[in-house]
Design a protein around this ligand. Structure first.
Ligand code: SF4
Length: 119
C-alpha cells in the first residue's frame, strides 16, 4: 500500500540528514525508474531482469516499479547499521526526502528535522 507521498509541509525548521534510517522504515512505495533499475542492478552485480524479479514489484497503478519491502514495512535494502545497502545509487525518491516531498507529521519521525540549514 502506498503511503502519502506528497509535499504537505515545508522544511522551515531546517533539515540535515543524521542517518537515523527512519525514512527507510516507513511502509510505502519506493518508486524507481528505468535508469535507477539498471544502476542498482549493476551495483549489486545482478542482471537487470534478475534484480527486477527479486527486488521490485509493480505499483498498484501499474505505471512503474517500486522496491519491495519487508514484512515489517521497511525497505528491502535497509539494514540496521550501516543502513542503506545501495546508498551510492539510492533512488531519487530517497534522496529527495524531506525537502522535495514529505507528509504531514514528518518532523516527528525524522531525526534530522530542525537540525540543519536546508529549508
Ligand atoms: S533505497 Fe535505501 S535510502 Fe531508500 S528507502 Fe531503501 S534503504 Fe532507505
Amino acid at each position: 500500500m502506498d503511503a502519502v507521498r506528497e509535499k504537505t509541509e515545508g522544511t522551515a525548521g531546517g533539515f540535515q540528514c543524521v542517518r537515523c534510517g527512519n525514512c527507510c522504515k516507513w511502509p510505502g512505495y519506493v518508486r524507481i525508474g528505468i535508469e535507477e533499475t539498471a544502476q542498482i542492478a549493476a551495483v549489486l552485480g545482478m542482471a537487470v531482469q534478475s534484480f527486477t524479479d527479486e527486488y521490485t514489484m509493480l505499483t498498484s497503478d501499474r505505471r512503474g516499479l517500486s522496491l519491495k519491502e519487508n514484512d515489517n514495512g521497511q525497505c528491502i535494502f535497509y539494514e540496521e547499521p550501516p543502513g542503506c545497502r545501495i546508498e551510492p545509487v539510492k533512488p531519487l525518491q530517497c534522496r529527495n526526502f524531506p525537502v522535495k516531498w514529505n507528509f504531514a507529521g514528518w518532523e516527528k519521525e525524522c531525526g534530522g528535522s530542525g537540525t540543519g540549514q536546508i529549508k
